[in-house]
Design a protein around this ligand. Structure first.
Ligand code: BEZ
Length: 274
């Protein structure tokens, strides 16, 4: 079977592999028969894409992920050095489910993102993944459990897999380019959209990445998490001081200190989130 490409993809209901580096890590596609932790190369993962439809609104866009071609990234001024690899997970979509999954992914219309195909490298050694988010009965979010995390079949181990990946190209209107990390963290903390709080997206991402493998952390992501936690801690202390002082000052209206709530506290739209 010839390898799919953006030009030929969708002409037949052939099975395909989909690489998730963002929300697909905790909100997988509706059908897959293998989920393989691993990485791609030649890209840099960044919170440089505006989100008007999931973690923000048209009047107050949030911030979600895109991948920047490494050669293009090299021409930009950024605050974080990127790792050589973008870690994530590849999902194998069986032929019988391709039409349904393609409809779910809304491949033609996904807001601001284009599709590319790139070699995916399965992780050589993987520890079992058992503590990913659970799905509440009322939520449409599918969860990944140990039983749905199926590692590469032996014939695929050590072999690169041609994977479909969504990229918000620098030419798309939602692409923002380099962001100051402190301003970015503050923006994430104040944003929310139909899929929930932007901070939840960031915190879930870090959790999922750290669980993929020993090497799968991403400094850009962890630095943003650290900054958000610091900002929230300062706001919490301030709010407590205001309460204790009882000086009549208005309380700071900064989103603070709620614990990470994975369990569908927000309405999750059915279409794919970036
Ligand atoms: C993901 O990898 O989770 C993803 C990224 C961009 C668009 C859709 C999904």
């Amino acid at each position: 079977m010839p390898s799919p490409s953006p030009d030929t993809f969708g002409q037949a209901d052939d099975s395909f592999w989909l690489f998730g580096y963002g929300s697909l890590l905790w909100k997988p596609p509706p059908h897959f028969d293998q989920r393989v932790p691993g990485y791609i190369e030649g890209y840099v993962r960044r919170f440089w894409q505006a989100s008007e439809d999931h973690r923000g609104t048209p009047s107050a866009p949030g911030r979600v992920l895109t991948l920047i071609d490494r050669a293009h990234w090299d021409t930009l001024t950024d605050h974080h050095e990127p790792p050589e690899r973008v870690w994530g997970a590849a999902y194998h979509i069986p032929a019988a489910k391709v039409a349904e999954v393609r409809e779910y992914l809304d491949i033609r219309e996904i807001n601001g993102y284009s599709i590319q195909f790139t070699p995916f490298h399965p992780a050589p050694f993987v520890t079992s993944i058992s503590s990913l988010p659970t799905t509440p009965a009322h939520s449409s979010t599918r969860s990944i459990t140990a039983s749905t995390t199926i590692f590469a079949k032996p014939e695929k181990q050590g072999q690169a897999i041609n994977c479909l990946v969504y990229i918000g190209l620098p030419s798309n209107p939602q692409f923002l380019g380099p962001q100051d990390p402190d301003a970015l963290a503050r923006h994430i903390l104040k944003s929310q959209g139909p899929s929930g709080e932007n901070r939840e997206y960031l915190f879930l991402l870090e959790k999922c990445l750290l669980e993929l493998s020993r090497d799968s952390g991403d400094k850009h992501v962890s630095d943003l998490v650290r900054r958000c936690k610091e900002i929230e801690a300062v706001a919490q202390t301030q709010a407590e001081g205001d309460e204790d002082g009882g000086d009549g000052a208005e309380q700071t209206q900064v989103p603070v200190g709620e614990s990470l709530h994975i369990d569908g506290s927000s309405e999750q739209p059915e279409e794919v989130e970036k």
